[in-house]
Design a protein around this ligand. Structure first.
Ligand code: NAP
Length: 236
């Protein structure tokens, strides 16, 4: 059985397109109040309007995950508007190139580190205090099998390192939040046909977002501190 999510409040980062957008639709269909967060407010509003037209309860909110002031303002707005946060999905991510370990510049490395690894940490620092007030929560860090240690090779090094770091952060956060009613997991959506995954990808946006949804709908005695795809454990 999955947890009843109706009436709960969720926030998804990087949700104006791709997997995050598909996930907002799925969460809205569950009867949740969904905050569709995007770094560009007008792109977020456009995306949210499409889901509202489908009868879903989706609200756009500006949130650049690399900008501390933006995260802080969004957290204060969320507390004032809803007074709670039940589900947080760190979905925003970038892979501007797949440069190899000797080709990748430190600028590449820093950019991917900032968005893929450090930003989820920043976002959690901003939003977890509100989640803890409700003594119930689900946090999903959208990771990638590219960060699996047994798969690491010389291609797309900066992306792989950033996702491996995100996995380590996930485990650490899960350990602190478990006694407080919050389950924290890393999820790989698979190779998905978004702008990042490209048109040849084997999975649809819905398949990718379903993989994430599994970790949101966990019962209270569900797993925490793990790495999953489609509900199946994945090696780190
Ligand atoms: P996508 O289509 O490229 O979408 C990425 C989203 O992240 C966009 O909404 C983008 O916003 C947002 N974003 C980037 N930088 C941001 C920032 N500083 N602040 C806020 N939002 C920001 O990618 P996707 O495929 O949906 O990827 C979603 C997640 O899945 C990522 O974490 C990715 O690493 C992971 N993933 C994807 C695949 C795949 O095959 N697609 C595989 C494994 C893991 P803008 O529109 O403003 O750029």
């Amino acid at each position: 059985m999955a947890a009843d999510l109706k009436g709960r409040v969720a926030l998804v980062t990087g949700a104006n397109r791709g997997i995050g957008f598909a996930l907002c639709r799925r969460l809205g269909q569950e009867g949740m109040t969904v905050v569709l967060a995007s770094r560009d407010q007008s792109r977020g509003e456009e995306a949210a309007a499409k889901l509202c037209e489908e009868g879903l309860n989706v609200v756009a909110r500006q949130l650049d995950v690399t900008d501390h002031a933006s995260v802080d303002a969004a957290a204060r707005w969320l507390e004032a508007t809803y007074g709670r946060l039940d589900v947080l999905v760190n979905n925003a991510g970038i892979m501007p190139n797949k440069a190899s370990v000797l080709e990748a510049t430190l600028e590449d490395a820093e950019a991917m580190w900032q968005v893929n690894a450090l930003a989820p940490w920043r976002v959690c620092r901003g939003f977890v205090p509100l989640m803890l007030q409700g003594e119930w929560g689900r946090i999903v860090n959208v990771s990638s099998e590219a960060g699996r240690f047994d798969r690491i090779n010389a291609v797309a090094t900066a992306y792989r390192v950033s996702k491996a770091a995100l996995n380590a952060y996930t485990k650490s956060l899960a350990s602190e939040l478990h006694p407080k009613g919050v389950l924290v997991n890393a999820v790989c959506p698979g190779w998905v046909a978004s702008d990042m995954g490209g048109p040849d990808a084997s999975r649809s946006l819905e398949q990718g977002s379903d993989s994430i949804f599994w970790a949101i709908a966990l019962e209270d005695d569900g797993p925490t501190g793990g790495f999953y795809q489609d509900g199946k454990p994945m090696p780190w």
